[in-house]
Design a protein around this ligand. Sequence first.
Ligand SMILES: [Zn+2]
Length: 326
Amino acid sequence: MKKASTFLLLIFLFIIPYSRCFSWGFWAHKHINHHAVFLLPPEMMVLYKPNILFVTEHATDPDKRRYAIAEEGPRHYIDIDHYGKYPYDSLPRKWNDAVAKFSEDSVRAHGIVPWHVQTMLARLTNAFKEKNLASILKNSAELGHYIADAHVPLHASSNHNGQLTNQIGIHGFWESRIPELLAEENFDLMIGKAIYIEDPGKFIWKRVLESAVAADSVLAFEKELTNSFPVDKKYSFEPRNGIVIKQYSGAFTIAFDKKLNGMTERRMRQSIFAIASFWYTAWVNAGQPDLKGLVMQEFSTTDNKEMEDLNILWNSENKKIIGREE
Ligand SMILES: [Zn+2]
């Protein structure tokens, strides 16, 4: 049994990379949304603090939804290098202009995260205007997800998993392995206060361009480190949830993080700050509605069913993937 599981996961490590990777690992997404709550002003905290578990748990819904909705995938990334060289001026930053120039199919095919963040901001703003608790919480959790994805360097590169440079696995290495090994004890995720964002479009495009630049470093540094690291020390076999998996070793992970000079921590911090600031901006733009009375609102049966169905689908699709590898 143990042998079969090991075999399964060894395959897993090398097959996953050929499909599109979607985001920070679940662990990081949840932590990022959780920490963002503490940057909010008291008028918002009255709603977010009692619902912090919801905002944390549902940080991963957009990833779960990718099985249900075909158009979900491109919302998580942008292959910005498809549009030439930094700062990618050939790509209009406004959606209508980009679509007019390249066609909607093409723009979508190369990823739309900076635009989708703005769509989600509009939805959250409307939810605040309507004083609809379920909509506020769902859109907050999901907006947080897409903003965090925009901060991941390899979400702004067509070489998103090192598949073009023989570095397969690097995507999960940066966004899951590093935070899961180091964040709890070594990352400082306490940040000041949310700010009002005058120009959300400009803000998120800036972060995406930073991600694109950082992607080059992530890929180059991993290659350098691999060349200077003992071959038999790069990976290790470690137990996880009762089974043994092959993954980047602790020593290699720490060395990589050091070489990146804290980039993962920095991007996590910036994600947290951006998310809280987008939430705050939506609330201000909705006219700063009083949120105190909303705490008592209940989720509708439809809302609850939708979330339950998403989890059922996610679990069954995960089983199918594992089944295929078996
Ligand atoms: Zn994602």
